[in-house]
Structure formats: C-alpha cells, structure tokens
Design a protein around this ligand. Structure first.
Ligand code: FAD
Length: 583
C-alpha cells in the first residue's frame, strides 16, 4: 500500500498537472545550490521520490495507528499534557525521514520544496490520520511565521529546532471573548527592558503544550479592534520553569488525539515578533495559509472516506449483487469521487498560485504579475476553505451511509472520519466568516470599477463546449446574485453613487450598517462562487484524459443547478430574517 502511488488523481496534479517550469527555477535560484537539485528534471524526481516515501510510510505506519490515537486521546498527568504515544511515534517517524519542514529553505533545516509538494505530503498524512496531520503542521507553521517576521537571532533560536523536530510550536489568537471577533483580543503585552510581559488567557490553542507559542496580544494600551496588536514569541519554559500555564486540554469528540489547550499568561516573558502594532497584518498571512491547509486536511479526509466507501461497497452483497452496483449507491460513489477531484483541483490551484507568487518574489519578477496572482489567490482562499470544510462533511457522512449499520460502529474508520470532519467548518475561521470575507472582497473588487459593476466581478476561464457554457452560466448567475444582494442592501442609488466614486479613481466602501441583506446572503454567495471556481479548476484539467473530462462534466452538471437555486434564493429578496431580528 502506498497513499501516493495508489492515487492517480493526486499523482496527476503533482506530476504533469503542474507547470513546474513556471516557478521551480526561481525557487532553486537557477539550480545553483550544491545540496539541491541541479535541474528541473532532478527537482521533479526528488519531489516524486519524497511523495512516494511519505505515501509508503503513511500507509504502512501512520494509518494503522489512527484508531489507537483517537481512542487514547489527550490526557493530563502531574500537571503535564500527555499526547497519545502512537501520535508521537508517527511524528518521530516523519522527523527521522526529514519531513517536518519540507517547504522551508534548506539553510534553516527545510527541503526548499514548493508549497504544492508540501501540500501533497500534507494530504497524504491527512488521509492516513487527521490527528497526525494536525500536529505535523505545528512544526513548519510556527517556523514559517518566525522565519518571515523574526530577527536573525529569533530565526536562529526557533526556526531550525522547529524544522528539525527538536521542538514543536503553537499559535494563539483565540480568547474566551475573542473567537471570530479577533478585534476583541484583550491579552496585553507590556514592555520591560528588552522583553515584554504578557497577561491574559488564550482558548482552544492547538498543541498549546508545545515548546514555543506565537501569541497575538494587545501591545498598545487604549487601542481597539485590529489596531494595536502585535505578535510575540513566548517560550513555554524560561530558566527551566513554566513561563505560562497550560491549564487543561479540552475533552472533545472530534480530533481527539489533538491537544486543544487553554493557556494562562500571568506575566509571561515574550519577545516582540515583527513590527510593533503590525500583529494583525502579520498573522493574516499565516491565517490564509492555514485556511488552505485546512482545505488540504479536508481533502485527505475525503480521500480516506471515499476509499473506505468504495472498498466496502465493492464487497458487500445485498439482493444478489454488490451494493456498488445498486444505482443509488453507485451514484453516491461517483458523486464522492467528483467531489474529491473538485476539491483537489482547487487546492492545487491555490498552492500553485502560492508557488508562483513566491517564485516571482525570489526572482524579483514583475510587480503587476505578482499583484494579479495574489488577487487570484485571495479570491480562492475563503472558497477552498469553505468548500473543503462543508463538502468533507457530506463526503464523510455519505461514506457512513454506504456502510449502513456498520458505518456507526467503531470497528470501521468512517465514523471517525465523520466526527473529525465536524471540526473543519469551525477552526481557522468558521464557514460563516469565510463567506463574509469572500463577500466583502468581491463587493470591494466590483465597486472599484464601473465596468466590473456593469459586467460582473467574476470572470472564468471556460474551455470550449458544454463544460465551458456551464461555467460561463455559473459565473453569470453569481454576478447577477451579487449585484442583486448589493442593490437590495444599498438601493440602486447607493450602488450608482459608489460607481460614480469609482470613476473618479476614489472608490468608496459600502456602509456596513446598510449591508444587512448582502450579509444575510453571504453563505449562499460563497457556495455559488466556490462551486464555480471548483468547476473551473476541474475543467482546466479535463482535456488530459477521458476519465478526467467525465468527472469534470459530472461535477459541473450537479453544480450548475445548485448555483442557480442559490441565485434564485438571493434574488427572492426574502428579508424575513432581517425583519425578525430588527436588523
Ligand atoms: C479543536 C480546535 C482547535 C483550535 N485551534 C486554534 C489554535 O491553534 N489557535 C487559535 O488561536 N484558535 C484555535 N481555535 C479557535 C477557533 O479558531 C475558533 O473556535 C473559531 O475561530 C470560532 O470562534 P468561537 O469558537 O469563539 O466561535 P464564535 O466566534 O463565538 O462563533 C459562534 C458562531 O457564530 C458565528 N459567527 C460569529 N461571528 C459572526 C458574524 N460576524 N457573522 C456571522 N456569523 C458569525 C460563527 O460562524 C459560529 O457559527 C481552535 C478551535 C478548536 C475547536
């Protein structure tokens, strides 16, 4: 068994489906490094060998331990958090393979692999065990944050140990009163000599028991909202003593092997990370990358659920034939397959964009090209998080359904996949927050230019033929619905006034207090756009094989009526919720 070589779709994306020549030479600075690949072919061989190695380890070692990790869960002994031993064994195996920081530069202990390759590694581990993938992400994740914003001393002290697995990290934003509302953060940081003292409580911190925590805290007294926040690197221990208290791990029915901790800072000693007062902007980059990572987690989980469902359906015989041959089950399996392929196409579209942006940054490429790619990635980030989270729930539930009664029995893995899928729409920004972000971004984009106001904010790359027509119609439906939601909110006069401002080159922002109807429609709109962008990403690979075309057509055939339905609901103008709440 190998979770890379048994997955033709994943191999497609990480072999011929990616235009490596577009960014690998820039990542490798013209293949000049002694300890790196010396040509594009060598780089591709290296990526493939790494993915094959991880695929083998994931199938042989990680997946067989997943149930045990879930059953062991996280406990507390003598005031210390105890993580499942089987989980730590998985991480240790990945550490010994040198896989903990594949995307970091080699000079700080990484492999300098593009994000797309790192995403492949993450997907494979997530398919094998969600809990392992989560802890795995808390080596490279905090390391990247410190690498980006840290001083050379901070990079030296923290990044290499994280990359090598000598320590693990955490990132703490959430507080009891500040969940989706990051601007409500009250943990304070006060300068004291060359250091800072932190005071406050953080909630739901993944791997909060790790060796170092990057904390978002209020450094500017009297500041409000997203202003006046800074990042701090806070070591768990100072001079051998606890620097902050890991109060307790939460008892959860999802991702039971992952330590979700409450942290209490009472004068904890920390170092400023990055610019004072620039904490929110800095953490935003991390959050956007983490959102794509959650979509990859969803993708791995979907793949596991699909493989389990298909395997079961091909063996289980009812009424004289395998259930896979009963029309309704066959339909579910094919829909699951299309769902997984669509999410994968969108995920690797996003990681490919990240790779090209980094490539341009390293090669000093055109600013205009970079801005356009960043805009494309920004457009898709809330969509891929929303789609991964919401559709993984459907895929996992359908896998349970295919198993019938055995689906809810703990001897089978699908009940665990279903439980674990429930966390996806909650962390790294809930599905509703993704919807709001997407709406605000699209509305701002549309209102910046009169022609976008007239023609629509969204355009798609459509191949010729039926698939392209379906895609074009989805985009038109979205544009119509977005314009309608804004007109209902601001009134035709309000939209025209904003368009007139855009024509003078001074675009305005819609007034939040008048946006009620558009906000009410945000999740319908994000669904429409996510289905459109996923169909577009799938369609871009449809020409490569007959089976890929069939999957793309099936997905688009199912997506289009859903897009139309949500568009119709937006255009219905039903304001009853707003009337009920007096909004
Ligand atoms: C297992 C787990 C691990 C986590 N790991 C971390 C971590 O490592 N670091 C960290 O900092 N945080 C972490 N979190 C916190 C997580 O990001 C938050 O739980 C999440 O952002 C939601 O915040 P909340 O739980 O306070 O819910 P709330 O913000 O109170 O939301 C409750 C509900 O209201 C909705 N809602 C809230 N505001 C709006 C709005 N304006 N419009 C529409 N709907 C809205 C939400 O969508 C949700 O449905 C973790 C959480 C969990 C459960």
């Amino acid at each position: 068994m190998n979770f890379y070589t048994d997955n033709a779709d994943l191999q497609h994306h990480l072999r011929d489906g990616t235009r490596w020549e577009g960014f690998v030479p820039a990542w490798e600075e013209g293949f000049r490094f002694e300890d790196g690949p010396r040509s594009l072919d060598e780089a591709r061989e290296l990526y493939d060998a790494c993915l094959t190695e991880v695929g083998e380890f994931a199938a042989r070692e990680i997946a067989p331990r997943a149930r045990e990790i879930d059953e062991q869960g996280v406990t507390m002994r003598d005031g210390e958090v105890v993580q499942p031993p089987a989980l730590l064994a998985n991480i240790d195996g990945l550490r010994r393979m040198g896989m903990l920081a594949v995307d970091l530069p080699r000079e700080v202990g990484g492999s300098n692999f593009p994000y797309s390759v790192g995403a492949g590694v993450l997907e494979i581990i997530a398919r094998a065990c969600t809990n392992t993938m989560i802890l795995y992400a808390f080596y490279q994740g905090p390391a990247l944050l410190i690498l980006r914003f840290g001083t050379p001393e901070q990079v030296e002290r923290w990044v290499r140990p994280l990359a090598e697995g000598a320590m693990s990290g955490a990132v703490a934003m959430t507080e009891p009163e500040a969940g989706s509302d990051v601007g409500a953060i009250s943990t304070s940081a006060v300068p004291e000599g060359t250091h800072w003292r932190l005071q406050g409580r953080k909630q739901f911190v993944t791997n909060g028991c790790g060796d170092v925590c990057v904390v978002l805290a209020r450094s500017e007294p009297g500041s409000k909202g997203l202003e006046g926040l800074s990042l701090f690197v806070v070591p768990r221990k100072e001079n051998g003593r606890d620097n902050y208290k890991v109060a307790r791990p939460e008892r959860k029915f999802v991702i039971r092997g992952s330590a979700t901790c409450e942290l209490a800072f009472d004068g904890a000693c920390g170092e400023l990370l990055g610019r004072r007062g620039g904490g929110f902007a800095a953490i935003l980059t991390f959050m956007n990358e983490a959102r794509v990572a959650v979509a990859i987690q969803a993708l791995g989980l979907e793949q596991a659920a699909l493989v389990a469902a298909r395997g079961y359906a091909e063996k289980r015989v009812q009424m004289g034939r395998t259930i896979a041959r009963h029309e309704l089950v066959a339909d579910m399996l094919l829909d699951m397959e299309a769902e997984v392929a669509a999410l994968r196409a969108l995920v690797y579209r996003c990681t490919g964009l990240q790779d090209r942006i980094t490539g341009l940054e390293r090669a000093g490429g055109s600013e205009a090209a970079r801005v356009a790619l960043k805009r494309e990635l920004r457009d898709r980030t809330p969509l891929v998080k929303w789609l991964g989270a919401e559709r993984a729930l459907w895929v996992a539930r359908t896998a349970v359904q295919v198993h019938g009664g055995y689906g809810v029995v703990q001897d089978y893995d699908v009940e665990r996949h279903y439980r674990n899928a429930l966390i996806l729409p909650i962390y790294e920004g809930t599905s509703q927050i993704q919807a709001l972000m997407s709406l605000k971004d699209q509305a701002r984009w549309m209102l910046q230019s009169p022609w976008r106001l007239a023609l629509g904010a969204v355009r798609v790359e459509s191949p010729p033929g039926e698939l392209g027509e379906a895609l074009g119609e989805m985009a038109r439906e979205y544009n119509r619905a977005l314009r309608h939601a804004l007109t209902e909110s601001l009134g035709p006069g309000g939209l025209v006034a904003l368009a007139a401002r855009a024509m003078t080159g001074r675009p305005g922002e819609p007034d939040r207090s008048r946006m009620g109807y558009a906000l009410l429609c945000a999740e319908r709109l994000v669904q429409m756009l996510a289905l459109t962008r996923a169909s577009e990403a799938l369609a871009a690979h449809a020409h490569t094989s007959a089976s890929r075309r069939r999957v793309a057509e099936r997905y688009a055939r199912r997506a289009l009526p859903l897009v139309r339905m949500q568009g119709e609901l937006v255009r219905s103008g039903d304001r009853s919720t707003l009337e009920e709440t007096g909004a």
